[in-house]
Design a protein around this ligand. Structure first.
Ligand code: SAM
Ligand code: SF4
Length: 348
């Protein structure tokens, strides 16, 4: 659609004067950036064991990533989450984190957060805090070392738990993200919730999403509806719905016994699209306006060909194409990935 045919875009002047508002009236103020597709784990629901990663030349440099983040900030983005792949394994990532983190100290950003598998936190937690990061999401699907190995293939639970302790000691708020996996951690999620209560961590349980070819694993074997998880947890805990929202796909309850928040992310239902406030950029600079759709915009080309002005125009144009909702379906007839890219490309 030509830019000026889009009723939502009333001001095509340089970014900084108009917030990013999509055709459905949603303000986009939250950016998730995948800084690498590489990872030191091979979680069974996320990657095949033999992964071919992108050639390094295709990745945005750290400088380009920063320019991109800054142009989004100029357009009203207030919160940035760095993800991956494993964001903390990208070489010199503290350079980007330090520069963006400085914006949280001067009011340029409300928050800079990281989603991590925790493997590098024991050595990086203090630096993250000093840089301005105040919260991290740590992905942890089980507290059983053997099961952890089976799920992550290459991960070491003790290393992650050390990282978790380091994050706590550094003063970082910790939220635990666990993917609900049928026959793997369904029996354990109650114990994990109790453990999060003891440790003072909020927890989010994520429904497995049909993203990317994962080799020999079958989505339907992994799929565990969160309605079932919630029903099971309700036998042990009192879960009270609360209106807390982040503009994302989570719905929250308070766990009365522990006082902690528990989020349920059910992307396969449509319960979150109407309030979606976010877009995602891959490590190669593709902007995805919806996690569950393939439509995207090549911001790397826009930046390399047109500089910051080209980037600004491409961002505005892409937000004008943000779709109303996603197309995830998982059932007996649709066990293939709904979108072909892996989660480590777009980031969680
Ligand atoms: N490596 C980091 C980590 O694991 O936290 C950041 C990237 S990872 C892709 C982000 C989140 O996506 C993790 O919480 C992970 O469990 C989740 N994830 C990956 N593949 C998924 C899938 N197919 N369905 C649901 N969640 C998935
Ligand atoms: Fe790596 Fe995170 Fe994917 Fe696991 S979920 S393989 S830690 S990117």
């Amino acid at each position: 659609m030509p830019l000026n045919d889009n009723p939502a875009i009333t001001d095509l002047s340089p970014l900084g004067t108009a917030p990013l508002i999509d055709p459905f009236g949603r303000t986009v103020d939250y950016l998730r950036v995948s800084v690498t597709d590489r990872c030191d784990f091979r979680c069974v629901y996320c990657m095949a064991e033999e992964m071919t990663f992108l050639p390094k030349a295709e990745l945005l440099s750290l400088e380009e990533l920063e320019i991109l983040c800054r142009r989004f900030m100029a357009a009203g983005v207030r919160k940035i989450r760095l993800t991956g792949g494993e964001p903390l394994v990208r070489r010199n990532i503290m350079q980007l984190i330090g520069n963006l983190g400085a914006e949280t100290k001067t009011g340029g950003l409300d928050e800079l957060t990281i989603t991590t598998n925790g493997s590098q936190l024991s050595k990086m937690a203090d630096d993250l805090f000093a840089a301005g990061v105040r919260r991290v999401n740590i992905s942890l699907d089980t507290l059983d070392p053997y099961r952890f190995k089976a799920v992550t293939r290459w991960g070491d639970l003790n290393k992650v738990l050390d990282g978790l302790r380091a994050a706590q000691a550094a003063g970082l708020g910790v939220k635990i993200n666990a993917v609900a996996l049928r026959g793997v951690n369904d029996e354990e999620l109650g114990d994990m919730l109790a453990w999060c209560g003891d440790e003072g961590f909020d927890m989010t349980i994520i429904e497995v999403m049909p993203m990317g070819d994962i080799g020999t694993e079958n989505r339907l074997d992994q799929y565990l509806p969160l309605s079932k998880v919630r029903a099971d947890l309700s036998k042990r805990f009192t879960l009270t719905d609360i209106p807390f929202r982040t503009g994302g796909p989570a719905r929250y309850v308070k766990v009365e016994e522990t006082g902690q928040k528990l989020g349920f992310i059910t992307p396969l239902t449509h319960n979150f699209c109407e309030s979606c406030n976010r877009v995602r950029v891959t490590c190669t600079g593709q902007l995805y306006m919806c996690l569950g759709q393939d439509d995207n915009s090549d911001l790397r080309r826009a930046l390399r060909d047109g500089g910051e002005a080209g980037l600004d125009a491409a961002i505005v144009e892409a937000i004008g194409r943000k779709p109303k909702g996603h197309d995830f379906i998982i059932d007996r007839r649709h066990s293939d990935p709904a979108v072909s890219r892996h989660m480590n490309v777009t980031g969680g």
